[in-house]
Ligand binder design. Structure first.
Ligand code: SF4
Length: 366
């Protein structure tokens, strides 16, 4: 059964089942060693909110058991901002009036040097979604340049074929992050008005193709704020669970990005409070004890500090979200506004203060 079939089989009833979970369902879920899908729904439900402290304690214990008291750091590196899509919520969209550019190979080298100088050893390469302006060959060449400075080079680019993911692996990339944005297929069609991204299924299957293409680490997630967070996190968790079971050799993770202003006047359809985010993270941890959980600089410093110890295993630090943002002053507007502008050393100090170890490098691609 493909993950699309898993999703379709549950799409109609998931929100109602989550909303109607009772306190007894939550208590049963908390008593289980390995919460199943129904228990995961209960942990995400409004009925679980009074149990958040228990969930947080359990999530912290599970994270320490599987990951130690560590948080890995990475930073995004934007290669280009050309995009063929019309996502209504994003300033990089095709019709957006902005200067478009992509880094030359010399600039990639320069950008890599500046980012590495900050102490970062795991880089996440991003582009807008344009096969024409930032083809696979270009992304692979950039990964090849950067793998000399970074232990791990991941990509967050438009969905590819399995053979193309394999090509990126050969070039030096070892990980993929790809957000589905929303797991609600109808809403997805409304938010993605034009461009190749309109193909919901092709995007949904991309993380699986990345596993087949040999990517070592694969991350999924939804952009929280586009729709009801409980349903979105439920499907993101099921997606990660599906991949973990089908590809046990891959390191699967879930990201919990909340919508940030992007200067396009888009008002998100759902509010996701800090408490909601904590519930999402702790429920995910209880359901998926071995999955990585990523929190980026979209979140403010004070909240990120409080999330350490609750399930997060990976954080971005010192992020710039514009093209060429590290080597020089931002040369182009960022994709979204960063909420935590702390430098890498400040983030490391914060993690240590919380009694955890910041990990700069836990992988080396050769
Ligand atoms: S979210 Fe991605 S695909 Fe959509 S407009 Fe922005 S850069 Fe392009």
């Amino acid at each position: 059964m493909s993950f699309y079939e898993v999703l379709r089989a549950r799409a109609g009833r998931a929100a109602g089942l989550i909303a109607s979970a009772a306190e007894t369902d939550v208590l049963r879920a908390l008593s289980e060693e390995n919460p199943n899908e129904a228990a995961f729904r209960a942990l995400l439900s409004p009925a679980a909110v009074p149990r958040l402290e228990t969930m947080a304690r359990r999530a912290g214990e599970l994270t320490a058991r599987h990951f130690g008291r560590t948080v890995s750091l990475y930073a995004p590196l934007y290669l280009g901002n050309y995009c063929e899509n019309e996502c209504v919520y994003c300033g990089f969209r095709h019709s957006g009036a902005m200067e478009r550019r992509k880094l030359s190979y010399a600039e990639v080298e320069e950008e890599g040097r500046a980012l590495a100088d900050s102490g970062i050893r795991h880089a996440l390469l991003l582009t807008g979604e344009s096969r024409v302006q930032t083809p696979v060959k270009y992304i692979g060449a950039c990964a090849g340049i950067l793998k000399e400075r970074f232990g791990s080079v991941s990509v967050e680019v438009y969905p590819l074929e399995a053979a193309e993911y394999a090509e990126l692996v050969r070039a030096g990339a070892d990980g993929l992050t790809l957000y589905q944005e929303t797991y609600d297929e109808t809403l997805y069609a409304r938010l993605h008005r034009a461009g190749p991204k309109r193909d919901f299924r092709y995007r949904l299957d991309a993380p699986e193709r990345a596993c087949r293409g040999g990517m070592r680490a694969v991350g999924v997630g939804a952009l929280l704020g586009l729709a009801d967070f409980r349903r979105e996190v439920f499907f993101a968790g099921l997606h990660a669970d599906y991949l973990q079971r089908a590809y046990p050799a891959a390191e699967i993770s879930v990201s919990l990005p909340r919508f940030r202003p992007q200067g396009v006047g888009f008002a998100p359809g759902a509010r996701v409070s800090n408490r909601d985010l904590v519930q999402a993270m702790t429920a995910l941890r209880l359901f998926l004890p071995r999955a990585g959980i990523t929190v980026s600089t979209r979140e403010p410093a004070a909240l990120r500090r409080n999330l350490v110890g609750l399930g997060v295993t990976r954080m971005s630090a010192g992020s710039r979200t514009g093209v060429g943002g590290y080597a020089a002053e931002e040369k182009s507007p960022g994709q979204f506004s960063v909420a935590d502008s702390s430098g890498v050393e400040e983030v490391k100090a914060m993690i240590r203060k919380r009694g955890f170890h910041p990990v700069m490098k836990d992988w080396q691609t050769f």
